[in-house]
Design a protein around this ligand. Structure first.
Ligand SMILES: Nc1ncnc2c1ncn2[C@@H]1O[C@H](COP(=O)(O)OP(=O)(O)OP(=O)(O)O)[C@@H](O)[C@H]1O
Ligand SMILES: O=P(O)(O)OC[C@H]1O[C@H](OP(=O)(O)OP(=O)(O)O)[C@H](O)[C@@H]1O
Length: 212
């Protein structure tokens, strides 16, 4: 039997994704010791999982080595790959925002210096506004940008707002609401239609039961 391969993001989303799968009837004993084995199967043998870095999920699905993936909308927007986005799971909810010191403006005529882990999202956002910016790519602790004078603002994820508050920063603009999504490889959708549709139906049912 041909398996469906699912790319599962390590980190913040993994626990909720596994919980949802369990409610959709997909279980694996490996779920209990996540992080050790990078390739494993569910207990029925119908699904194979590959455990990947969150930002790599779209890459694996786009190349077809995974048929489906569970990944944050931020990563999808940043990677911008030609995938089918078929479900919004609702968990992993947060917002992509422009943040900085309230009331502070960059010098007139100078480009706005934007520190971010998400250069594509930032470029698209300011491009639409026709604003001249300079991107400063960071890989974490992005809030440091304005604190140390590296940037005027940041484009980053805000969930509780705790990190901003602890550093005296505020949300200045909202770029997009975010949550975890199900993505599907375009070819897999044609070659494994029934199996993928069954998987989607299982997820939808589990989500419906969560709401009830
Ligand atoms: N407070 C939050 N901070 C960051 N991501 C969050 C938050 N809340 C929900 N998310 C979602 O969780 C996803 C995965 O976050 P996680 O921190 O595990 O990965 P990551 O930021 O790519 O990690 P890293 O780059 O440290 O490996 C994000 O892409 C986002 O969609
Ligand atoms: O609004 P909050 O609930 O405070 O969450 C938002 C913070 O969490 C994320 O950082 P993460 O913890 O992934 O660390 P990082 O700075 O290393 O990316 C994000 O980049 C913000 O810094």
């Amino acid at each position: 039997m041909e398996k469906v391969t699912l790319a599962l993001a390590k980190g913040r989303l993994s626990e909720k994704a596994m919980g949802l799968m369990a409610r959709a009837g997909i279980r694996s004993k490996e779920f209990d010791e996540l992080g050790r084995k990078l390739v494993f199967e569910d207990d029925s043998g119908a699904y194979r999982f590959i455990l990947v870095k969150p930002s790599d999920v779209p890459t694996y699905v786009d190349h077809g080595v995974a048929d489906v993936g569970i990944v944050g909308k931020d990563t999808l927007m940043e990677e911008n790959r030609p995938l089918y986005e078929l479900l919004d799971f609702g968990f992993g909810a947060c917002r992509m925002c422009v943040c900085g010191f309230e009331g502070r403006r960059p010098p007139v005529g100078a480009p706005l210096r934007v520190a971010t882990k998400y250069p594509r999202i930032a470029r698209a956002y300011y491009g639409e506004k026709g604003q001249n910016i300079q991107i400063i790519k960071l890989n974490g602790s992005v809030e440091l940008g304005p604190l140390v004078g590296l940037s005027d603002v940041i484009v980053d994820i805000v969930e509780s707002g705790g990190t901003l508050k602890a550093n005296g920063l505020a949300v200045l603009e909202e770029v997009a609401p975010l949550s975890a999504r199900l993505v599907v490889n375009r070819v897999s959708m044609k070659t494994k239609t029934e199996k993928i549709q069954r998987l989607i139906e299982g997820f939808k049912q589990a989500l419906k039961e969560d709401e009830a």
